[in-house]
Design a protein around this ligand. Structure first.
Ligand SMILES: *Cc1c(COP(=O)(O)O)cnc(C)c1O
Length: 388
């Protein structure tokens, strides 16, 4: 057998990721890794205790296919308390192996081969891979600069909807830009979904991590949307436990059922003892999350100032773990090349934003920096950025 790539055509574009390459370079040059989007501190202590307890208590076998009852109830309660969204924990909530499996399950369970799936560019790479696995066709609609932040290109969005559109994937708060979509942008998405009878899948894994007193509005809370939206979230980013892979999807029974059918043969179930621990965290540790979001906002300020002092144009990050910066004032306009040289040059790693896009041109120069890191790590990165 030859050593050529044997991956099927439809998945071949996803063979390698820039994250692996950048992380390897970060290790090689002992760089501060602001490329990867995970926190370097643990979540709430009582949640970690609850996981240890669940293991000691023998909760180590297959959990129920739809997830343990206390977590489904906690997820339903959280959505009712926070957004006034009512979901039946027994029929309208499904626990998944992270948001990633929720996305894959929703897409594979609901998209027919040849169906078009609209996503906002730059997009999280898992959406494109899931659509490819389903044999769907992706249509991208870009975010465009708006002051020092970004907004949706609503004309392009309206033009992307057509007879073959079956789904739109909406990620707000948005990775990689840190944008919280405005109420006008959300209203336009909702209007188009209703007009064209399209399903919305919303990736809201950063729902709690919004800054500067902003609020997050789920698309499902808009008129006409609850019945056509699968709302996805996850414990990983909210509670600093990205390795636990406990996520969930909420929506009307027929949509959750479709995702469940696919999910059943992806993992069947997962994260057994971590499910009750996350239920505990949702019930008892939302104050911890509020503090964490406040801390992230301060980290956003630290890294934004450091980037700006180093000569970047820094875009406004309103939420998430990420901020985008434009290095063109430094005489750089190739983001990929720049990211390849940064670890060796100054000992900092970032990722180029264009790897999250189909149309690379508008994003060619842009870099994403992750700031969910300890203050001393960010301070070290700030120090090194001065070498530019
Ligand atoms: C991290 C991330 C995910 C993956 O969540 P998991 O729960 O770890 O699977 C999904 N969407 C976005 C936008 C993310 O940043």
């Amino acid at each position: 057998m030859s050593s050529a790539n044997r991956t099927v055509d439809r998945l071949r574009p996803f063979t390698t990721t820039i994250f692996a390459e950048m992380s390897a370079l970060a290790v090689e040059h002992d760089a501060v890794n602001l490329g990867q989007g995970f926190p370097d501190t643990d979540g709430p202590a009582s949640m970690l205790d609850a996981a240890r307890e669940a293991i000691s208590d023998g909760r180590n076998q297959y959990p129920p296919g739809i997830g343990v009852p206390e977590l489904r109830h906690a997820v339903a309660r959280q959505q009712r308390d926070r957004y006034g969204l009512d979901y039946d924990p027994d029929r309208e909530v499904l626990i998944t192996v992270g948001a990633t499996e929720a996305i894959a399950g929703a897409v594979v369970g609901l998209v027919e081969p040849g169906d078009e799936v609209i996503m906002i560019e730059p997009y999280y790479d898992a959406y494109a891979a899931a659509v490819a696995m389903a044999g769907g066709v992706r249509r991208v609609v870009p975010l465009v600069p708006d002051g020092d932040g970004f907004r949706l290109d609503r004309e392009r969005l309206a033009a992307a909807f057509g007879p073959k559109t079956s789904m739109v994937v909406v990620n707000s708060p948005h990775n990689p830009t840190g944008t919280v979509l405005s109420t006008d942008d959300l209203a336009e998405i909702a209007r188009l979904c209703v007009e064209h009878d399209v399903i919305a899948v919303t990736d809201e894994v950063y729902e709690y991590l919004v800054f500067d007193g902003r609020t997050h509005t789920p698309l499902a809370a808009l008129p006409g949307m609850r019945e056509r939206t699968l709302r996805i979230s996850s414990s990983g980013k909210t509670f600093n436990c990205t390795g636990w892979k406990v996520g969930w999807v909420s929506g009307p029974p027929e949509l959750v059922g479709a995702a469940r059918t696919a999910k059943q043969y992806m993992s069947y179930v997962g994260s057994g003892p971590f499910q009750p621990a996350v239920a505990h965290a949702l019930e008892h540790e939302l104050d911890w999350v509020r503090e964490s979001a406040r801390g992230l906002q301060a980290k956003r300020d630290l890294i934004s100032t450091a980037l700006s002092d180093a000569g970047f144009v820094v875009h406004r990050s309103e939420a998430t773990y990420f901020v985008c910066a434009d290095p063109r004032p430094l005489g750089v306009d190739d983001g990929i090349e720049f990211c390849r040289t940064l670890p060796e040059r100054i000992g900092v790693a970032a990722v180029p934003v264009c790897v999250f896009t189909d149309d690379r041109e508008p994003w060619h120069h842009m870099l994403r920096f992750a700031f969910a890191k300890r203050d001393d790590v960010i301070a070290e990165a700030a120090e090194r950025l001065r070498r530019l």
